[in-house]
Design a protein around this ligand. Sequence first.
Ligand SMILES: [Mn+2]
Length: 287
Amino acid sequence: MYLQLIKAPLDIGAGIQGCKGAPDRLYEAGLQGFGQGNVIDIPFDPTAPGEKKDIIASFSRRLAEATYQALVDGKTPIVLGGDHSIAIGTIGGIARYLQSQKRDLFVLWVDAHADFNTPETTPSGNIHGMPVAVLTGDGDPTLLAVMKGILPLKKKNIYMLGLRDVDPGEEERLQESDIVEWRMPIVRKEGVAALTKHLIDRVKAADGHLHISFDVDGLDAKLVPAVGTPVDNGLTVEEVDTCFRMIRESGVDFSCEIVEYNPTLAGAQQTADVAMHLMRQLLSEAT
Ligand SMILES: [Mn+2]
């Protein structure tokens, strides 16, 4: 498996800025050992004209083109964010490619949050809380336009691992959807190995592609302090390690993005160490 690293330093989708420094920090912390030194930068200009949603939509189009082109070239896109709004671009491009191949896309959304808000349900207005809604066909028209020509993701193919902080309007939307919610009590009851096996079996049966959208805040707040929205009682390093090892060993086609690491916050080194350990587990057989 040949990797295409892509730096996506967008951070205006979050309430706290600072994720824009994460791609360089993660690259230097060890990801430079992957992708044969070949890395694409998606330039981010926070002073570009327009509202935040316009700047994010424009960035997402360029990012989507990069993940699409990587797959066309037979490479696996590994995107270094950035806040979680970059998933609109990352996954938009991957979905476009799989649609052209008539193959199913599955998404493992590792996160404390569902990121399933619309402009009507969001308490904060922050776009990093909206990418799952946009990718499944709901939300602001400016953001939805990034998905032009791309079918909305199937909600039953989205698996949320580590979910534990859901906004009220989002909760209602989740109940009405068939997104698979692996909240923490389920993770502890079933065990992450059984859950991961279930997902891998479904991807294999469909001959599908699995995208891992890895929000670092899916891990427990004490383990990864340098994130904008930390939440207690989260996943352990061992749980995410088991999940990533099983995906790597399964042989399924996968891609990944890592988001929400904020190196300007306290505990930046500890958080980078945890993130890098897990990325190495996922990518250790790739070049
Ligand atoms: Mn998130």
